[in-house]
Design a binder for this molecule. Structure first.
Ligand SMILES: Nc1ncnc2c1ncn2[C@@H]1O[C@H](COP(=O)(O)OP(=O)(O)OP(=O)(O)O)[C@@H](O)[C@H]1O
Ligand SMILES: [Mg+2]
Length: 305
């Protein structure tokens, strides 16, 4: 049984913004699933519908086999949601916010308190228990929303751009935390604009654009589709750029850029450069690989072999 199953989902905002145009999507239990797409693609709308916060026009949504229309309460109780926008009462304290959420799910007070304290500690907010949420920094507010989403032990955690505006070290620790949840069997569904995050975390990825799913595959198969990669080569002083069978460009006296086709090998390029007396000291990918693919798919860039 799938963690999430979506069939022919349509959403039209009045007067006629077709935010979702018949989306089909299934996500397996235990998956770490990435939902990617440009601004306005329909990601938050999809998440809003799954959580019962936005009404769909047509289509079906089920979570662990339970239909959203038939039993919205059960669906809601299986989901933990971290929305894109902060949506808590800024005058309530961190502890109150997490405990009130537990109250919505009928969790007994003492159990809720223990769980809230545990989650807030795991998310590094132990010293903010009695601080009103409005006085937290942006990154702390995100972590508070994660604690709140997890208090009722959901089977599926949905995160809508959870790391927007979160600094790098905090992002890393947030992902460590979420990966740990995933290892315990929790299904994770996330949207992010940080493609390197999706590349390193997600097992499967769907790309949504203008209300349609334009790709839905394992992360490794998606990356396999990439036909060209751009590398930057940091070299020792380059006199003249030799002519080689590679798409090479001299950026400055010590830097080359190469666009390597899938059929070309980096080691062949290195050997050729060495033969021509060019010493390559370091190599790096110019852009993240998923980013290159994403741009190709969404902006219709070149896809030559
Ligand atoms: N409440 C609303 N009323 C009318 N149109 C809306 C509403 N919410 C979203 N839309 C429109 O629906 C489309 C999809 O928006 P949505 O917020 O789902 O995109 P998104 O993929 O989450 O984008 P982002 O990456 O910017 O968060 C956009 O054209 C948006 O303008
Ligand atoms: Mg959004």
């Amino acid at each position: 049984m799938d963690a999430l199953n979506v069939k022919s989902l349509w959403k039209v905002y009045p007067p006629r913004v077709e935010a979702l145009r018949g989306i089909d999507l299934s996500i397996e239990k235990g998956d770490f699933f990435g939902l990617l797409g440009p601004n306005g693609a329909g990601k938050s709308t999809l998440i809003g519908i799954i959580c019962g916060l936005i009404n769909k026009n047509s289509g079906q949504v089920s979570v662990h086999g339970v239909d959203l229309d038939t039993d919205p309460y059960s669906v809601r109780s299986m989901l933990g949601v971290v929305p894109q926008e902060f949506n808590f009462n800024i005058f309530e304290t961190c502890l109150q916010i997490v405990m009130n959420q537990a109250g919505f799910y009928g969790i007994e007070h003492s159990v809720a308190k223990g769980k809230a304290l545990e989650l807030l500690a795991l998310l590094g907010l132990s010293d903010k228990l009695n601080v009103p949420a409005g006085r937290l920094s942006g990154g702390m507010k995100r972590r508070l929303m994660i604690a709140r989403a997890l208090v009722h032990n959901p089977e599926v955690l949905i995160l809508d751009e959870p790391t927007a505006g979160v600094d790098i070290s905090l992002r890393r620790s947030m992902w460590d935390f979420i990966e740990t949840q995933n290892k315990t069997g929790m299904t994770i569904i996330l949207t992010t604009h940080y493609l390197e995050e999706a590349e390193s975390l997600c097992k499967n990825i769907a790309i949504i654009d203008k209300g349609n799913i334009i790709e839905n595959n394992s992360t490794s198969s998606l990356l396999h589709k990439l036909n060209r990669e751009t590398y930057i080569l940091y070299c020792e002083e380059i006199e003249d750029l030799p002519s080689l069978e590679f798409d090479l460009e001299k950026v400055d006296q010590k830097t080359l850029e190469v666009r390597l086709k899938k059929t070309q090998l980096l080691c062949d390029l290195m050997a050729d450069l060495k033969n021509k007396g060019i010493v390559v000291r370091r190599v790096k990918n110019k852009v993240n690989r998923l980013e290159e693919l994403f741009v190709n798919l969404v902006e219709g860039g070149e896809q030559d072999a």
